[in-house]
Write a protein that binds this ligand. Sequence first.
Ligand code: ZN
Length: 270
Amino acid sequence: MTKLIITIAPTGSIPTKKHTPHIPIRPDEIIQEGILCEKSGASIIHIHARNPVDETPSTDFHIFKEIYQGLKQETDLIIQISTGGRAGMEYEKRSERLSLEPEMASLTTGSVNFPSSVYANSPDLIKALATDMKTYKIRPEIEVFDVSMIQNGLNLADQGLMAHPLHFNFVMGLKGAIPATIENLVHLKNSIPREATWTVSGIGAFQLPMCVHAIAMGGHTRVGLEDCIYFRKDELASNEQLVVRIAQVSKIIGREIATPGEARKILHLT
Ligand code: ZN
């Protein structure tokens, strides 16, 4: 089996220092977290920006730039910039950060009803972001909150906006998105092209079990406080702890961990 790629998603848009003191908010904190997680086995870092003062999600290009440049300088991690819309939904704000030309960026290929809001990604917006990624030679990670988003990703490839083999991330267990069950994971995996690569993000208590399934099935894993702030019930986690644990689980099962260089080969980034 190919080596396991571990993505660390250290910050996201929601947890604040009130929820957990372990959440990195400022650029220097996120860069430090990247250094620690790379040492523990992560090869990709998925980044969001926050306003350092009030911790709210930010679309500020300069904050993204500071995080990006710091990580590039201090680590060999593959940097994946989120184009998620929780900080602001407008295309211009979500695309500006792509001009940093990271190796990867996330692209959600559909809309979702979160419990109290709509995460709206119109066909035009998705196409525009995919076009920018093509222009800057950024490899998209197709964020799949529901089965239909796979088809939308395949349609973008048919239109020449993305190149095969595609890379997918199955986001499972978020209220409003696909439930985190092994049956659904098998269905998602069977719905993507054979040569595509995939990773799974289980939300909340689903992070560990979904990652364990993915390790056994030949997929890859995303961990981090963006998706779950607990290590186990009533015990807060650090990003580093979550990477260490999933790397240990994988090695016990007999699957080695990919370095950033090996992950680049597996994902055809070079
Ligand atoms: Zn994210």
